[in-house]
Design a protein around this ligand. Sequence first.
Ligand code: AMP
Length: 318
Amino acid sequence: MINQILEKIKEYDTIIIHRHKRPDGDCIGSQFGLKYFIEDNFPNKKVYAVGDEVPTYLNFNGISENITDDIYNDALVIVVDTSVMSRICDERYNTGKYLIKIDHHDDYDEFGDIQYVEKTYPACCQIIALMIKRWGLPLSKRAATALYTGLVTDTGRFQFRGVDHNTFEAAGFLTDADIDISYIYTKLNLKDYNNFKLEAYLYKHMKTTPNGVVYMHFTKRIINKFKVSREDAAALVSCMSNIRNHPFWITFVDYPDNIRVRLRSRTIAINEIGKKYRGGGHLQACGATVYNKKEIKALLKDADELLKKYREEIEGLE
Ligand code: AMP
C-alpha cells in the first residue's frame, strides 16, 4: 500500500492535504510534514496544506493556505489523521481526482480510493515518518520537525499506551534529520500568563462525580473572564490526567454553537461515551459535542456509571 501511495504522489502535479477540524499537533504535524517532504523531493509539484487557523502553539510548523475550488480539478487529495468524514476540515476534500486517507484512529468511516489506517499506532505522524523511511527518500529538517511535533504531542511525550519500538524507530529516523528537539519542546510548552491563571482556577474548581469522573466546565463566562481562547481552555484537559483514583476525566468548553467535550482516561475504554454524544476517536482519548447543561448532566451520568462498572470488574483501579 505504501508504494501505491508514493506512485500516486509521483503521478499528480497538484496535491492538497487536508486534516481534521479543531487541529492538534498530530494533524498539523502530519499535514506539514507530508507537504514539506513532497515539496523537497518533487520541487515541481504544487502542494497545499488547507484548513482553518493553525493554533499559535503549533504555527512554527506552518500556516494554512487558502485555495480556490478550481485547484481541486486535477488534484490528488490526501486526508491525514481524520477518521470520519464529518471531522474533515474543508468539505472540498472529495472534489479532487483521487483521494487517499492516512489515519490511526479506532473508529472510522470508509472513504478514499486508498485507505491506509494503522490503528495500533499512537500518532499519524508515526505512520508518515515510517512510510517515508521505507520509501528511502531524503527527509529535510523542516519536514522532520513537523512530524516530530505530532509524534510527541499525540503520544503525550512518549507516555501513552501504543508507544513501542515502531514509535522509537520513527523518532530515531526524525532525529537523524538534525531537528532541534529543545526548540520544538519550547514552542509546545510555552504558555501565556492568563493560561496559568486559568489552570490554577481549574485545580480549585474541578469537580468529581460520585464514582470519580473528574470534570471541568469552561463556560463562556470563565473564558471571557480569563481572556483566553477556547482552544487554550480545551488544552487544559491534560491537567487532570494524574489524579489518583480518578482514571477518567472530562472537560466541557463552551463554543458559540455547542459545547465541546474532551474525554480522557488512563486505563479504561471510554470511546462508547464519545460515540453516544456525536463524537468518537480513540479508546482512551475521544471527543464529543453536546448542546446544553441537561446533556452535560446526562453524559456525566453515563460516564459515572461506566466508571462504576469498571471499578466492579477491575480490582485496584486507580
Ligand atoms: P480531542 O479531545 O478533540 O483532542 O479528541 C481526541 C481524539 O478523538 C482525537 O484523535 C480526535 O481526532 C478524535 N475526535 C474528537 N472528536 C471526534 C469526533 N466528533 N468524531 C470522531 N473523532 C473525534
